[in-house]
Design a protein around this ligand. Structure first.
Ligand code: FPP
Length: 229
């Protein structure tokens, strides 16, 4: 548990790509493509601000219900990001992890993600944890089932946490949701127990270093007590 106000783990719900595009009379995928540029700016900002972990909500277990064309487009954009930006990610010292059931993703993207995770495994400047085909309830049920199938009848918090996708990562200190919605939408429900929240109005494609700087400032003024005094 991060008891001082150092922002070690930032988690972001990258919302508003569609609305951003519609406002510009463009197709929704145009917004998702712009969202990737925002993600790259955010990675750079995290490196500049010495944030050690960045978790991003890239695709939820509920996002499959979108029109097939949008789902396919998002998968292609994710694949392009991993392929085209792999060398840059390696050069910047970013280590990529995934959380979620990636075995249900299109084969090509699943393989690309394995490759990115493998090729970046020795990096240590920033961990980029990509939540993809991720839902917090599914994550919790998966942890319970893993424990049950190991024959365990009762478990400690530590044992339970060891079965979450985030095993080995600190809990998020700050969760940001872009686009002005004030909800978590099935994101990191176990890990957010003591997280701070920040809900800027800006749509994800307009997200930039200044917004992160403001978020860090707001966060640094919060008084985190973790149930104590
Ligand atoms: C939220 O905007 C964004 C998404 C649901 C998905 C965006 C994900 C990607 C483009 C792929 C990222 C993948 C990797 C591997 C980095 P929204 O469509 O919900 O916006 P709206 O609420 O305005 O409709």
């Amino acid at each position: 548990m991060n008891k001082n106000n150092k922002l070690e783990h930032l988690a972001i719900i990258m919302d508003g790509n569609g609305r951003w595009a519609i406002k510009r009379k463009k197709p929704r995928l145009f917004g998702h493509k712009a969202g990737i540029e925002s993600l790259k700016r955010t990675i750079d900002a995290c490196l500049d601000f010495n944030i050690k972990y960045l978790t991003i909500f890239a695709f939820s277990t509920e996002n499959w219900s979108r029109p097939q064309e949008e789902v396919n487009g998002i998968m292609n954009i994710a694949n392009q990001f991993c392929d085209n930006d792999l060398q840059t990610i390696i050069n910047k010292g970013v280590k990529v992890l995934t959380m979620g059931d990636i075995s249900r993703l299109p084969d090509k993207l699943e393989q690309t993600l394995y490759k990115v995770v493998d090729k970046t495994k020795n990096n240590s400047k920033l961990v980029l944890n990509i939540a993809i085909n991720y839902g917090a309830r599914a994550e919790i049920i998966r942890a319970v089932n893993n424990l049950l199938s190991s024959g365990i009848k009762e478990c400690t918090e530590k044992e339970f946490e060891s079965q979450l996708y985030t095993s080995g990562l600190p809990d998020p200190d700050l969760i940001i949701r872009a686009s002005g919605e004030n909800r978590l939408s099935n994101f990191m429900l176990y890990q957010c127990a003591y997280s701070e929240f920040y809900f800027p109005k800006v749509h994800w494609p307009d997200f930039n270093k200044k917004v992160i700087q403001k978020a860090i400032k707001v966060y640094s003024k919060r008084h985190r007590r973790f149930g104590g005094l």
